[in-house]
Write a new protein. Structure first.
Length: 198
């Protein structure tokens, strides 16, 4: 049976070089197209090789906010995902809280989350951060710039992130600063823009 050109193209973009892969928007959409067609029985070709390659994908670099369905479908094939990064300036990530939580439920090995903060817009909140901590105890780097957090979520980080090495905040209270410093024993970087809120 001949290879479907799109599958062949994606397999070529994910080389067998033994290194983990980062996937961008174009590969994400292509993978989604393939998996969606397989789900609907429109492709009957063997995609075992492609699924094996997806096991080596370790980073999602999410640059758009319009395709949560796409990201979640591809995430189901990438259980070894370790890095979840939002990197498109000036986009408002509508529903991003649900997207992050849904990805963490599928991919339990996330070690680095960079929040979708750009400018004045940040949709994350205390409840989402607490749920991230609950679902992601292996997190090592947590970027929460521009998120207005209370002690509730900051103390959850202190109590629930034993592997945390880097934490980036906009502000912090003295209580949270003390607890995070005391309980996150592996912490090397605690950056809170030198703003302690009393």
């Amino acid at each position: 049976m001949s290879r479907i050109p799109l599958i062949q193209l994606i397999e070529e973009k994910l080389p067998d070089d033994g290194k983990p892969w980062i996937i961008n928007d174009s590969i994400m959409f292509s993978l989604y197209s393939i998996f969606n067609l397989v789900d609907r029985n429109k492709i009957t070709n063997d995609i075992t090789n492609l699924k094996q390659k997806c096991l080596r994908i370790t980073k999602f670099d999410i640059k758009k906010d319009q395709y949560h369905e796409v990201v979640l479908r591809v995430a189901r094939e990438c259980p070894n995902l370790e890095i979840l990064k939002f990197s498109q300036p000036k986009n408002i990530y509508i529903g991003v809280n649900d997207l992050i939580i849904s990805i963490l439920k599928i991919c339990p090995n996330i070690k680095f989350i960079s929040n979708p903060y750009h400018g004045e817009t940040n949709p994350l909140n205390d409840e989402t951060v607490i749920e991230i901590v609950r679902l992601c105890p292996k997190i090592e780097k947590f970027v929460l710039r521009g998120v207005s957090l209370t002690d509730k979520s900051l103390l959850a980080i202190a109590n629930g992130c034993p592997e945390l090495k880097e934490l980036y905040l906009t502000s912090i209270t003295p209580l949270a600063l003390s607890e995070i410093s005391k309980k996150c024993k592996r912490l090397k970087i605690l950056d809170y823009n030198i703003k302690v809120v009393y």
